[in-house]
Ligand binder design. Structure first.
Ligand code: 2P0
Length: 351
């Protein structure tokens, strides 16, 4: 009998940014956050888990390279929590169920995009890990329950278990049981919104999110203002904007929150710089595009957001995407592949 399961999970890109922990072991955030889970095949982690009584220890391979599972590490915590859940929800209730919680597991995970490039590989990675163990163990639990465990792998991972528009409620309990992800709206509610990812640099970033955000918690006065005075209202307003498909509000809040997150990084001592000159040029292009659109139609047509790295994500309705790609390519001419067939042959000439 082979006990094995393969699942995959996509990355998510936050509109309201998670930055700061109040508990670093349980990974409890200092503020709630909200993201969009990308639904294409291009940015996913695919993970296979296998349990076997013959295995002598738990082992993990990331992109084909074996990584040590250190005791007390996040990976170790997630695997242990999943085994405990298997025992509690399956084996304790059914004496005929195989005792998979006592077997060691081998886990192999692949990303189809650059790891640690500010493209949230830990989010899709831990979501796919927890999801594949849940499938292996046939757990009768909700995605919300799984999000409590994925969160302990990497905070943003709890949001990648759901599709569409997803909030991570910060919660207030010391044990973290009320700090989980919830779906604000499914992808089908507002499918017109697309995400254009502009990879400015796919090298590993300088300051990791985990280290950077704790330095911010320790040194930034602006963070305190952000978590108390700014984020709660933004969470409410952006959820409303999503429910009402109000792109103008969605875009304004998304851009403001990206800018405040980077301001908070700059307010850290020593300061953290994630954006570079190309990132700032993309901000200028989108701002100008929106200014012209506002003057002509009274509406915004694009929203930029940047995570812990220089890469831009531009959220925009489908009707603007082609124009935005053309604009970006005019300022940054380069080899361009057209995976979605947006362009005709003649549009592509010379690109
Ligand atoms: C986010 N980021 O909300 C924010 C915006 C980066 C900038 O979540 O320490 O890799 O593993 O919980 O989840 C990156 O932080 O950090 C992140 P840990 P994580 O998407």
């Amino acid at each position: 009998m082979v006990y094995q399961a393969t699942t995959s999970a996509p990355v998510n890109i936050a509109c309201i940014k998670y930055w700061g922990k109040r508990d670093t072991k349980l990974i409890l955030p200092t503020n709630s956050s909200l993201s969009v889970t990308l639904d294409q095949d291009h940015l996913r982690s695919t993970t296979t888990s296998r349990a076997d009584p013959e295995f002598s220890k738990d082992r993990l391979w990331l992109n084909g390279n074996e990584e040590e599972i250190k005791p007390g590490s996040r990976m170790h915590t997630c695997i242990t929590e999943m085994k405990t859940l298997r025992k509690k929800t399956v084996e304790d209730n059914d004496s005929s169920a195989p005792k998979l919680s006592t077997y060691h597991v081998h886990i192999s995970s692949f990303n189809n995009f650059p790891t640690a490039a500010g493209l949230a590989s830990s989010a899709s990675g831990f979501a796919a890990l927890v999801f594949s163990l849940a499938a292996l163990y046939q757990l009768p639990v909700s995605l919300k329950d799984l999000s409590l465990i994925a969160r302990q792998g990497s905070g943003s991972a709890c949001r990648s278990l759901f599709g569409g528009y997803v909030a991570w409620e910060q919660g207030s309990a010391a044990n973290g049981l009320d700090s989980y992800a919830v779906q604000v709206a499914p992808e089908s509610h507002w499918p017109e919104i697309h995400a254009l990812i502009c990879v400015v640099n796919d090298a590993k970033k300088g300051t990791s999110s985990t280290a950077g955000m704790q330095r911010t918690v320790e040194t930034s006065a602006l963070l305190q203002h952000r978590i108390k005075e700014v984020v709660p209202q933004r969470m409410e307003n952006i959820s409303k904007a999503i429910h009402e498909k109000d792109f103008d509000s969605f875009a304004r809040i998304t851009m403001a929150d990206s800018n405040q997150f980077h301001a908070v990084a700059l307010d850290t001592s020593p300061p953290i710089f994630y954006m570079n000159d190309v990132s700032r040029a993309i901000i200028a292009i989108v701002e100008e595009y929106n200014r012209v659109s506002m003057a002509a139609t009274g509406h915004l047509r694009a929203a930029y957001t940047f995570d812990a790295g220089p890469n831009a994500v531009i959220y925009a309705p489908e009707s603007s995407i082609k124009e935005i790609v053309q604009l970006i390519l005019r300022f940054f001419p380069q080899q361009f592949k057209d995976p979605f067939g947006l362009f005709r042959e003649e549009d592509m000439a010379g690109k």
